[in-house]
Design a protein around this ligand. Structure first.
Ligand SMILES: Cc1cc2nc3c(=O)[nH]c(=O)nc-3n(C[C@H](O)[C@H](O)[C@H](O)COP(=O)(O)OP(=O)(O)OC[C@H]3O[C@@H](n4cnc5c(N)ncnc54)[C@H](O)[C@@H]3O)c2cc1C
Length: 485
C-alpha cells in the first residue's frame, strides 16, 4: 500500500499503484482514526495528527498505580456505533465494563440530593419523583407540575434549552436539573445551547405533544423497557481503543505533524496538504476531523462560506483533576457514579465522578479514585494555569461535595483548551449550510468531528462510519445503492 505522494516541493501525484485513491485524514482524534481505520485496506490513507500522541480527547494515563481516563471516560451504549467500533477493533466482553451504579447526585440548596428518577436529560417525566428528590423548592415543583396546562407558544425553528424547558417547566427546572446534566457534556450556557441539537428527545417530544410532560413520559416508558447498560467503558482505559486503532494503522498514522494549509492542485483535480514540517502531500480526497476553529482556518481560501460557518462554532475550555485518596478519608461518599453541581451554586467544580464507585475495575484499588471537572464556556478562570493552586482549590470543594475528610495522596491535572464545541441555537441549520458550501466549493473534501454532529464517542464512531462511506463512494467502491460491491 502506498501513502499519498509527498515531498519537499509541490509534488505531482506520483502514486506507484495507480487506481488506488489517496486520502489524507487531518486530525487523529477518535473521528479521524475511526474513519481511516475503516478504509485502511481500501484506499491509500494517511492520518496527520499534530500531537505526539493520537486520540485527541480520549486519553488514559498512569495514575496512582493504575490507569485512568483524563478525557472521555465512557461511551453511550444505547447508540450502537461506539460498541460496534470497539468490538470490530478486537475488544470483547472481558474488556467492556458497565457502570456499577447509575445513581447520580446533584448538589443543590446546600446539600447532596439524588437526581430524581424519570428525568430525560434533566427534564422531568415523573412529578412524584421530582417532589421526593427535594431538588426543587415547593413553589418550583408546583410550577413544573402545571406544565400540561401552561399555554403553548408556537415558535418556528430552533430555540434555546432555557427557552423551551423554562417555558414548559419553569426556570428552576432549567437551572437545577437540565443545566448540570448538559454542563457535563457541553460546559455550555443553557441560554445559548440549541434545544434541537442538545436535547433531541425533549425536542422531539415537544414537537409531537401538546404537553411536554406527556411526551417525556412516553419516551421514558420506551427507555425503561431497555435494561441494557446506558454507558460502557474499556477495562484499562479508553486509550486502549486508540492504541489498537493506531497500531492497525501503523505507518499510515503520522503524529507530531500539524497541517498548516490546504489547497487545490493547479489542475484542480486533487488536494495539496502542507504540514508544519514543510512537507507537501497530494491526495484525491481529504477528511477534516478537527476542532471547528482549526478547520475554519484551513478552509479560509478554499471555501470562505464554510470557513465562516465553522468560525461561528464556539468551544469551551475545561479541565479534569484526578485525585487518589487513602480509604480512611472516604467518610461520606455515597453509592453513586458522581455528583453534578449546577452553575447557580457558584462553585468551582461542576462535576465529580466517583471513579471507584462507578467503575467495577477501579473499585478494588488501594486508593479511592475520583475525577473533578472544572471550566465553562464563558468562564475559563476555574482552569487555573497553576497546577498546585488548581488542585488545592478542587480538593477543598471536593471535601464537601463528595464527602471526603482529608488530602489526596496523588493528583493529576489535564487541561482541555477550546475542547467542547457549543451547539448554539441554529446549530443544525449551520451544519447544513456549511456542508452545502463544501459540496459546492471543495469536491473530494469531507468534514466530521465533534464540532458538527455529536460530542459523544458513540457519535464520533458513527461519524467515522459515515466518513468511511463517503470515501468509498468517491473511490467507486460502492454500487449505485450505496452498498459495498
Ligand atoms: C474532559 C472531557 C470529558 C469527556 N467525556 C466524555 C465521555 O465520558 N463520553 C463521551 O462520549 N464523550 C466525552 N467527551 C467528548 C469526546 O471525548 C469528544 O467529543 C471526542 O473525543 C472528540 O473526538 P474528535 O476526533 O472529533 O476530536 P478531537 O479528539 O478533538 O481530535 C481532533 C484532533 O485533531 C488534532 N489537530 C488539531 N489541529 C490539527 C492540525 N492543524 N493538524 C493535524 N491535527 C490537528 C488534535 O490534536 C486532535 O487530536 C469528553 C470530552 C472532554 C474534553
Amino acid at each position: 500500500m502506498t501513502a499519498p505522494s509527498r515531498g519537499r516541493g509541490v509534488t505531482a501525484p506520483t502514486d506507484g499503484r495507480l487506481g488506488r485513491r489517496r486520502v489524507v485524514v487531518i486530525g487523529g482524534g477518535l473521528t479521524g482514526l475511526a474513519a481511516a481505520w475503516h478504509v485502511r485496506d481500501e484506499v491509500d490513507v494517511t492520518v496527520l495528527e499534530s500531537s505526539t500522541d493520537p486520540g485527541g480527547q480520549v486519553r488514559s494515563v498512569p495514575f496512582a498505580g493504575t490507569r485512568i481516563d483524563v478525557g472521555a471516560d465512557a461511551f453511550l451504549a444505547r447508540q450502537p456505533e461506539g460498541e460496534r467500533l470497539v468490538r470490530a477493533a478486537g475488544f470483547g466482553d472481558d474488556d467492556l465494563v458497565a457502570p456499577a451504579t447509575g445513581q447520580v447526585y446533584l448538589w443543590v440548596r446546600g446539600r447532596r440530593r439524588p437526581l430524581p428518577a424519570g428525568t430525560v436529560l434533566g427534564a422531568p417525566a415523573d412529578p412524584v419523583a421530582l417532589v421526593r428528590s427535594g431538588v426543587l423548592p415547593y413553589g418550583a415543583v408546583l410550577r413544573a407540575g402545571l406544565e400540561p396546562v401552561v399555554p403553548r407558544r408556537e415558535v418556528v425553528g430552533d430555540r434555546s434549552v432555557a427557552d423551551l424547558v423554562g417555558e414548559r417547566f419553569g426556570r428552576e427546572v432549567v437551572d437545577r436539573l437540565v443545566e448540570p446534566l448538559l454542563g457535563g457534556v457541553y460546559a455550555g450556557s443553557v441560554d445559548r445551547l440549541s434545544a434541537e441539537a442538545t436535547l433531541p428527545p425533549v425536542w422531539s417530544a415537544a414537537q409531537r405533544h401538546r404537553s411536554l410532560l406527556r411526551g417525556l413520559r412516553e419516551h421514558r416508558a420506551r427507555a425503561a423497557a431497555d435494561d441494557s447498560p446506558v454507558f460502557l467503558t474499556i477495562r484499562g482505559g479508553l486509550g486502549r481503543v486508540i492504541d489498537r486503532l493506531a497500531a492497525d494503522l501503523g505507518t499510515r498514522l503520522q503524529t507530531g505533524t500539524a497541517v498548516t494549509s490546504l489547497a487545490r492542485t493547479e489542475d484542480g483535480g486533487a488536494w495539496r496538504i502542507t504540514t508544519d514540517g514543510g512537507e507537501h502531500l497530494v491526495a484525491d480526497g481529504v477528511i477534516l476531523a478537527l476542532p471547528a476553529a482549526v478547520a475554519s482556518g484551513l478552509l479560509r481560501d478554499q471555501s470562505p462560506a464554510a470557513a465562516r460557518e465553522l468560525s461561528g462554532i464556539r468551544a469551551a475550555s475545561v479541565g479534569v483533576v484526578a485525585l487518589a485518596y487513602a480509604p480512611e478519608h472516604v467518610t461520606d461518599v455515597p453509592v453513586g457514579s458522581g455528583i453534578l453541581v449546577p452553575r447557580t451554586e457558584g462553585r468551582l467544580v461542576k462535576a465529580v465522578t466517583f471513579s471507584s464507585r462507578k467503575w467495577p475495575h477501579h473499585a478494588g484499588h488501594d486508593h479511592f479514585l475520583l475525577r473533578a471537572s472544572v471550566g465553562r464556556v464563558d468562564d475559563a478562570t476555574p482552569v487555573d494555569p497553576d497546577d498546585d493552586r488548581l488542585v488545592a482549590a478542587v480538593e477543598a470543594e471536593v471535601r464537601e461535595l463528595a464527602g471526603i475528610d482529608g488530602r489526596a495522596d496523588e493528583a493529576i491535572v489535564q487541561r482541555w483548551p477550546d475542547s467542547l464545541p457549543q451547539y448554539d441555537v441554529g446549530h443544525l441549520a449551520r451544519v447544513d449550510r456549511l456542508r452545502a458550501a463544501l459540496r459546492e466549493d471543495a469536491p473530494g473534501l469531507h468534514i466530521g468531528g465533534a464540532s458538527l454532529d455529536g460530542v459523544g464517542l458513540a457519535a464520533r464512531a458513527r461519524d467515522g462510519e459515515r466518513l468511511a462511506h463517503e470515501i468509498r463512494w468517491d473511490a467507486g467502491l460502492l454500487d449505485p445503492a450505496g452498498r459495498t460491491g
